[in-house]
Design a binder for this molecule. Structure first.
Ligand SMILES: C[S@@+](CC[C@H](N)C(=O)[O-])C[C@H]1O[C@@H](n2cnc3c(N)ncnc32)[C@H](O)[C@@H]1O
Length: 288
């Protein structure tokens, strides 16, 4: 178990386990069995995970329910297109907005805000967000990153295909003078002029774009290049969910080549809590 080897955070370890157990009690029994024969340090880590499981019973049930909705949507894609994604995220947001944007939060707002702080620090440390930056959050969900980045940017704009997500993000951004949220069609960024942004962020949304098929993915990446000012950066946090880092890196390199980006970070895992892979693609200066 990666948690015992200190290779993942507790929430991510639990997320991997949840898929294999029908409910929390079965998982707790499994952990009790696994404790036999462990050395003191491994036993202490297992005990901490056990406590975490016990404290997140309702979150575990929620994640199993949401997991089933994700599977249904995967089976419908790419045939049903954006409509399937819209329906999925409307349903997830109605169930629980916190877990909807990050299953690994198990609906726990404290876990999500810790993960949000790590993402914002990653972006800040690499000057992806800074006071002069106009940022677009592609697939903004409930707007947690818009809210966190707004005080650090000149402006933040969010776009999402789910009306329920857009409503939640708009409500969250109500008091923020430099923030706006738009309902999108999923395949383009119409409504945004050329070179309107200095940073485009896709935090856990590109795997869904990819599920629409390679043409949709290429089309939207071209749109990202169009709305980015020369030198602006496209940051992808998770390219796909297929668990093949080498294939993801190769696909991102090909996408970058087709759309006029360079690749300065490819598949790094910068976060302690969230296991996302990060790609940073500055738009080349001088492309048409
Ligand atoms: C896992 S959630 C992440 C939300 C947000 N980025 C965050 O990290 O809190 C993925 C979001 O991407 C949105 N989405 C999926 N495909 C999209 C597309 N083609 N265009 C815009 N938004 C999309 C979904 O509606 C959902 O709100």
């Amino acid at each position: 178990m990666r948690w015992l080897r200190a290779e993942s955070s507790q929430p991510i370890a639990l997320l991997h386990l949840v898929a294999s157990f029908s409910e929390a009690d079965a998982l707790l029994r499994h952990l009790d069995d696994a404790a036999e024969g462990l050395d003191d340090s491994a036993a202490a880590r297992l005990a901490a995970l056990r406590e975490f499981v016990d404290g997140h019973r309702s979150g575990i049930a929620l994640v199993r329910r949401m997991g089933a909705l994700h599977v249904r949507s995967e089976n419908e894609l790419p045939a049903r297109g954006v409509a399937a994604l819209r329906e999925l995220y409307d349903e997830l947001a109605a169930l629980d907005p916190t877990a909807a944007v990050a299953l690994y939060s198990f609906g726990d707002a404290g876990i999500l805000s810790e993960a949000t702080a790590e993402v914002v620090e990653y972006l800040r440390a690499r000057a992806v967000v800074s006071p002069e930056v106009r940022m677009l959050d592609l697939g903004c969900g409930t707007g947690r990153l818009l809210e966190a980045c707004a005080p650090r940017c000149r402006s933040v704009s969010g776009i999402d295909v789910s009306p329920r997500m857009v409503a939640l993000a708009a409500a969250r951004c109500l008091g923020l003078a430099n923030a706006s949220v738009t309902l999108g069609e999923g395949g383009d960024l119409r409504g945004f002029p050329d070179a309107a942004f200095d940073a485009v962020l896709a935090a856990d949304s590109w795997p869904h774009v990819g599920s629409l098929g390679p043409e949709a993915s290429l089309g939207l990446a071209r749109e990202v290049a169009r709305v980015l000012a020369p030198g602006g950066t496209f940051t992808l946090l998770n390219y796909s969910y297929r668990g093949d880092d080498a294939a993801d890196a190769a696909d991102v390199a090909a996408l970058a080549e087709s759309c006029g980006f360079t690749v300065v970070a490819s598949g790094e895992r910068p976060f302690a809590l969230w296991d996302a892979t990060a790609f940073r693609l500055p738009r080349a200066v001088g492309i048409p």
